[in-house]
Design a protein around this ligand. Structure first.
Ligand code: HEM
Length: 140
């Protein structure tokens, strides 16, 4: 399935967001483990198919939120469960904000002048609403 949010972006831009993630918080690297195998470096992680799949999963969640802007509550149960799953794999709530920063950085690079303060605020609000719901699940 192709994510509509990704259609807005040249293919190199999600890479910028990914690179930014480990620049912002190198401690996130050990959380991305597949089959109990830890990545030796951010570069190794960034090119792993499982990690790229996770990026796609994140973007699908964002895409679902954009599609349900007027009725985000219908995603509440899904997002709460997603928060719980992330707690189970050792993700801290603060780390969701780091992902948000990378997302905004990528959008800024992609949209250039069109990334006005209003657009930035709209994306921040959307992402924060997603994270708040994940956090509710993380805390229960
Ligand atoms: C699953 C890590 C943030 C969406 C996972 C998994 C890991 C993980 C280890 C399980 C393996 C996998 O499916 O790849 C992290 C870390 C994060 C983070 C370290 C923060 C730094 C997010 C955010 C979203 C998200 C912000 C969405 C907005 C998902 C989804 C799944 C997933 C949809 C699949 C859940 C399922 O299988 O039901 N994440 N994640 N993740 N993550 Fe994340």
């Amino acid at each position: 399935m192709v994510c509509r949010v990704e259609w807005l972006m040249p293919s190199s831009l999600p890479l910028l967001g990914r690179l930014m993630l480990f620049d912002l918080d190198p401690d996130l690297l050990p959380l991305f483990q597949y089959n109990c195998k830890q990545f030796a470096s951010p570069q190794e992680c960034l090119s792993a198919p499982e990690f790229l799949d996770h990026i796609r999963k994140v973007m699908l969640v964002i895409d679902a939120a954009v599609s349900h802007l007027e009725n985000l509550s219908c995603l509440e149960e899904y997002l709460c469960n997603l928060g719980k799953k992330h707690r189970a794999v050792g993700v801290k709530v603060e780390s969701f904000s780091t992902v948000g920063e990378s997302l905004l950085y990528m959008l800024e690079k992609c949209l250039g002048a069109a990334f006005s303060p209003e657009v930035q605020e709209a994306w921040s609000k959307l992402y924060n609403a997603v994270v708040k719901a994940m956090q509710r699940g993380w805390e229960t």
